[in-house]
Design a protein around this ligand. Sequence first.
Ligand SMILES: C[S@@+](CC[C@H](N)C(=O)[O-])C[C@H]1O[C@@H](n2cnc3c(N)ncnc32)[C@H](O)[C@@H]1O
Length: 241
Amino acid sequence: MVNGEDFKVFAEYYDKFYLERKDYKKEAKIVKKIIEELESKKTLTLLDVGCGTGEHLKYLSSDFRCKGLDINNRMIEIAKSKVPEAKFKIANMIDFRFKDRFDVIICLFGSIGYVQNFPNLKKTIKNYYRHLNDSGLVIVEPWVFKKDFKKGHMSLDTYVDDELKFVRMARSRISTSTWLIFMHYLVGKNQRIEYFTEVHKMLAVNNSDYVKALKLSRFKDIGYLTENLWDSCRGLFVARK
Ligand SMILES: C[S@@+](CC[C@H](N)C(=O)[O-])C[C@H]1O[C@@H](n2cnc3c(N)ncnc32)[C@H](O)[C@@H]1O
């Protein structure tokens, strides 16, 4: 079931962890450039789906009229505090229904992967189509493709400052069409060390499945840019309503 439980612990530490790993300002600049190359209209509305803590919106909100959507209420709280000029909603990307329509919908850093399976991917992409203005753009940074799954791989990442020591270890397996990531966290602060786990249930599909979902929703000009926002080699899908 898709319920936003995946980040129930990690949401609190997300920014500490990723702000020293990802250059959101640079990523937002690349996204802005792509949009500007494809759109001549001046004041554009933009929806960031799976916006997390709002880091991309922080840099996009001076150029676009922005809204962020995320299923995790802590993520949205953090995003709101950082980007007061944007609007935010707690919602599920698979079946959200907004009255407003957007010129651009972005869904970055593999957020779309959390829809777990291909039928949900089709519903989600159809929902993006529904929420776009005519000839609006969708930009999706996919989750890692199934073909790139590394059997037996185990990751270890840490974050350390004076108040917090944070360790994340993860291993993955693919069960039928879902990519399961078993996250183990050690959080050390205030003289205590706590242990948490989360299971992230992700899509296990390939490039052609995203294209298929976009085509089924009647998107046009479907392209796959190999330009990476981060070093995770995921590229970007861009398409037009
Ligand atoms: C890897 S984070 C990416 C966040 C942000 N886009 C970034 O670049 O940092 C994935 C985000 O997707 C959100 N998410 C997961 N499933 C979702 C769903 N079904 N609908 C909306 N958001 C979802 C999570 O809560 C999380 O904030």
